[in-house]
Design a protein around this ligand. Structure first.
Ligand SMILES: [Fe+2]
Length: 436
């Protein structure tokens, strides 16, 4: 009887050990299949995301030196979709980091795996922003545009990057996001926070919302939207407004009301808005088309944004580069554009040309509208919208630099040529504005 009991205990113990061992091996056999990638940065926090092929717990180790990751955040929940909030951080500071489980590091810190917390609200420090549109082709063009920017920016850190929709053709499936977005931009994702918007090819919103951790409660500044599809955030003295042009565009509707409230609330020096469908385009999509989304964004949202003091509007959808004059108040079709009435400051906006666009304080003082939808494909069009100063059927991306009172934007082609550029200057009559 005793020996039978002993045998039974032995079998149970052996089974338990094997079970635990299997679990340990499974956790340790897991590998990273996406990321790490950075989301939702603020002056004191950031969200670090990655995906594993098997469920594990989550650990982010971090510190200000690459070889001393002295702090960590842990989440005991077993998952393949890891999303760890790292908070309690110092603003405008670089942290190196690794991601893994409680028993294994999946991606170690190195000279290209770090994040910066954002500067305090109102801080006027130099910012570099990369902007891509309609980029998810998974083709040679997408890689050429990426490589041209990587070479151009060199060691200059990209503080943040915007994706203007159609981020993974053709339907924004999980596999398409994996192959045509996350695996193409791996090096950018691990050190620069991306703030995407939704295009007409993001057909699976559940995939989009699962892939990204975007604000809903005003976590990164601005008024809470309650929806990851549209949101705002702050970087120093810049307020960014991301709209969902595939969503409710009705005047007085939920998104319109939120935009109105958000504009009323911000005190930032610069306001940059972005969404997918262009208000002024004669590319493959014609913004004159009656009843189009393009027309709705122009007639319903532009009056609101201009009244709220917007400086720059970035869109995609047409696979071309189109950049407007410095304009205000043009909400009709292209034939109603009147340079005398709608151009606030004439010229090319170039400091080595006709001069930068000097912008006065107050609302309705002018803005530039840019279509940057050629980050993977070019599909032409008549490209002759009269509101646009420059229209080019060339692959490329946008490079945006802002420091204090000055904003510079360049169109950088896939062969590293700068074929259009302009400056907006908020120094009025030689006087720096009182805002930082
Ligand atoms: Fe599109």
């Amino acid at each position: 009887m005793l020996s039978l009991l002993n045998m039974h205990t032995f079998r149970i113990t052996t089974a338990l050990v094997l079970f635990l061992l299997n679990g340990f091996v499974a956790v340790n056999a897991a590998t990273i299949t996406r990321g790490p990638y950075l989301q939702l940065a603020t002056p004191t926090s950031i969200t670090v995301c990655w995906r594993t092929d098997e469920a594990t717990d989550s650990r982010v180790q971090y510190g200000i030196a690459q070889d001393a990751l002295s702090s960590s955040k842990n989440d005991s929940k077993m998952t393949t979709e890891h999303e760890v909030l790292v908070d309690g951080l110092t603003s405008d500071t670089r942290y190196f980091y690794s991601v893994g489980s409680s028993s294994k590091v999946f991606a170690s810190a190195d000279e290209n795996q770090f994040f910066y917390t954002y500067p305090e609200l109102g801080t006027a420090r130099a910012v570099r922003i990369w902007v891509i549109g309609d980029a998810g082709g998974g083709n040679a063009g997408q890689e050429q545009v990426r490589d041209a920017y990587t070479a151009y920016t060199g060691k200059r850190h990209t503080d943040l990057w915007l994706q203007l929709g159609d981020n993974a053709y053709k339907s924004g499936t999980d596999l398409e996001y994996q192959k045509k977005n996350f695996e193409i931009y791996t090096n950018m994702y691990r050190k620069s926070v991306s703030w995407p918007t939704i295009g007409n090819h993001e057909k699976d919103l559940a995939v989009y919302k699962k892939s990204y951790a975007l604000p809903t409660k005003g976590e990164a500044g601005g008024v809470p939207s309650g929806d990851e599809a549209y949101y705002s955030f702050d970087f120093g003295n810049i307020h960014f407004i991301c709209l969902n042009s595939m969503g409710d565009l009705a005047q007085g509707g939920s998104q319109w009301m939120w935009t109105s409230n958000d504009l009323a609330q911000t005190t930032a020096k610069w306001i940059i808005a972005y969404w997918h469908h262009p208000p002024y385009s004669k590319g493959v999509h014609d913004s004159d088309k009656p009843g189009s989304i393009e027309e709705k964004t122009r007639t319903i949202f532009l009056p609101l944004l201009e009244q709220g003091g917007v400086d720059l509007v970035l869109t995609g959808h047409s696979h071309s580069y189109e950049r407007s004059f410095f304009i205000d108040g043009h909400y009709g079709v292209s034939t109603t554009f009147d340079p005398v009435k709608h151009v606030k400051v004439p010229g090319d906006g170039r400091t080595d040309g006709k001069g930068s666009y000097k912008k006065n304080r107050g609302n309705n003082q002018g803005a530039v509208y840019v279509v940057g939808g050629s980050s993977a494909f070019t599909t032409g069009g008549s490209l002759n919208h009269p509101a646009n100063f420059s229209s080019q059927n060339i692959l490329g991306s946008l490079v945006l630099d802002i420091e204090g009172d000055r904003l510079d934007m360049k169109f950088l082609t896939d062969t590293q040529q700068v074929t259009d550029y302009f400056t907006i200057d908020k120094t009025v009559n030689g006087i720096k504005s009182s805002q930082p």
